[in-house]
Write a protein that binds this ligand. Structure first.
Ligand code: PEP
Length: 251
């Protein structure tokens, strides 16, 4: 049985003051929430030091929202996996649809980012998802399959065990629209088949998260599905009570 995982993606939100108060509230409810699963917060890079210090011994893990595909060198503005690891990061999101859309990230680059992350001992949370136009054209399976295959093709089977995958239908991110539990389960089952083809062990071990307007109100139904192992949560992770309520929705 895979333990559930709840990852908060703060995106470009926060301030020194707001982060302090959000994390204090989160820590206060974390013990109960962690009965539902593991908790991670992926914060803006400039706040890693602050958040890492506040989270010491809280049981809540720290993550970043992006990582460079390069190890080190003249890459202005980029942050390497080793740097993230230096600040106590355990996880990093790669290939979020907002990075794909606004920064032109390709499946190949995303795979290299994930490899860099793993080489530094971080767990990459690799995002895949279709647009509304692709879903309406009946292309969801094809698109997800392509994104996942491009990514899996550069990994060795044993590397695949150390991944987290997040299925995030782009039309559901930040829109208040959610995939139904059945729609999400269908895609998660397909992703798991792809993992099994690469490595039976990965098929068993890898946690596949759902992301897209997950809220306390819809979390229970989504999290009942056999191949949904938790959530990647944007907006609702900015309110400690909502993030905690989502994790507790499995209890
Ligand atoms: C996300 O950004 O990964 C996300 C799922 O956002 P939201 O929960 O706000 O839809």
């Amino acid at each position: 049985m895979r333990r559930k995982l709840f990852v908060g993606n703060w995106k470009m939100h926060g301030s020194l003051v707001a982060n302090g108060s959000l994390l204090r509230d989160l820590k206060a409810g974390a013990r109960e929430a962690m009965e539902g699963g593991d908790l991670v917060v992926c914060v803006p890079a400039c706040y890693l030091a602050q958040c890492s210090e506040i989270l010491i011994q809280s049981g809540i893990a720290l993550g970043a929202q992006d990582v460079s595909s390069h190890a080190v060198g003249p890459y202005t503005g980029e942050v390497s996996a080793r740097m993230l690891q230096d600040f106590g990061c355990k996880y990093v999101i790669v290939g979020h649809s907002e990075r794909r859309e606004y920064h032109g990230e390709t499946d190949e680059e995303i795979a290299h980012k994930a490899q860099r992350a793993m080489a530094a001992g971080l767990t990459p949370i690799v995002c895949v998802g279709e647009t509304l136009a692709q879903r309406e054209a009946g292309r969801t399976r094809e698109v997800i399959n392509m994104q996942m295959s491009a990514f899996l093709s550069v990994l060795e089977p044993e590397e695949t065990n150390d991944l987290i995958v997040a299925y995030e239908p782009i039309w559901a991110i930040g829109t208040g629209k959610t995939a139904t539990a059945e729609m999400a389960q269908e895609v998660h089952a397909m992703l798991r088949e792809q993992l099994v083809e690469k490595s039976a062990e990965a098929g068993e071990l890898v946690r596949i998260l759902y992301g897209g307007s997950m809220r306390p109100q819809n979390a229970h139904e989504i999290l009942q599905m056999p191949d949904i192992d938790g959530g990647l949560i944007g907006g609702a992770s900015l309110k400690a009570a909502d993030f905690i309520a989502i994790a507790k929705a499995v209890l």
